[in-house]
Design a protein around this ligand. Structure first.
Ligand SMILES: O=C(O)CCC(=O)C(=O)O
Ligand SMILES: [Fe+2]
Length: 195
């Protein structure tokens, strides 16, 4: 509930949201067809390559500021049209954009952050679809970092974050020394378009 400091983040994991065969097809399609790019991020006062490739997709109006730069969205690939519809239905809310990340191996990762950009509104619903290698996703409470929630995100799984999750928790995809193959993650978001 808004304002309350929940003991657990408002997240729900559905394994096998996509059947393995459908997840395989989508993984291969996106891996080869999306214009994956390496982005520069500022860390400890230096510009470095983000440890992953990414691609920002969305409706033309869904411009987005991320890591200090404005991204013009790529158009929706045909392979995502049906998934987007089904997701909107499953999550009970529309999505006008998706951030796709490609983690090439266990060294690729994402550091601690919240998806709390003002363009997403106060209680964003973020639907995160995972394809490829299973990786660990960790949420940590902002004020009480000992409070953590850990999820393994397998091929075809869907994790939906809601409510005050972005306000009260940060999340990360840590690197791993295990030998893992590539993984694609799609975080569907609704950018609130003004005017
Ligand atoms: O790769 C993941 O599971 C998380 C990605 C993420 O947090 C993001 O794109 O904001
Ligand atoms: Fe995130």
């Amino acid at each position: 509930m808004a304002g309350e400091d929940a003991a657990w983040p408002d997240v729900e994991l559905t394994e096998r949201w996509l059947e393995p065969a459908a997840a395989d097809t989508l993984f291969e399609d996106l891996r080869h067809s999306l214009p994956w790019r390496s982005h520069r991020v500022r860390m400890f006062g230096r510009d470095i390559d983000a440890p992953r490739l990414s691609c920002w997709i969305g409706d033309p109006a869904a411009r987005y500021r991320y890591s200090g730069t404005t991204h013009e969205p790529e158009p929706w690939p045909a392979a995502l049209a049906a998934v987007r519809e089904r997701l909107a239905h499953a999550a009970g809310t529309p999505f006008n954009s998706v951030l796709a990340n490609l983690y090439r191996d266990g060294r690729d990762c994402m550091g601690w952050h919240s998806d709390d950009e003002p363009e997403l509104g106060p209680q964003p619903v973020i639907a995160s679809l995972s394809l490829g290698a299973t990786r660990r996703f960790v949420l940590k409470h902002r004020r009480e970092p000992a409070r953590q929630a850990v999820f393994e995100l397998p091929h075809g799984s869907l994790l939906v974050m809601r409510g005050d999750t972005q306000r009260d928790w940060r999340h990360a995809l840590p690197r791993t020394a295990r030998a893992v193959g590539p993984r694609i993650n799609l975080t569907f978001r609704e950018i609130i378009v003004r005017g």
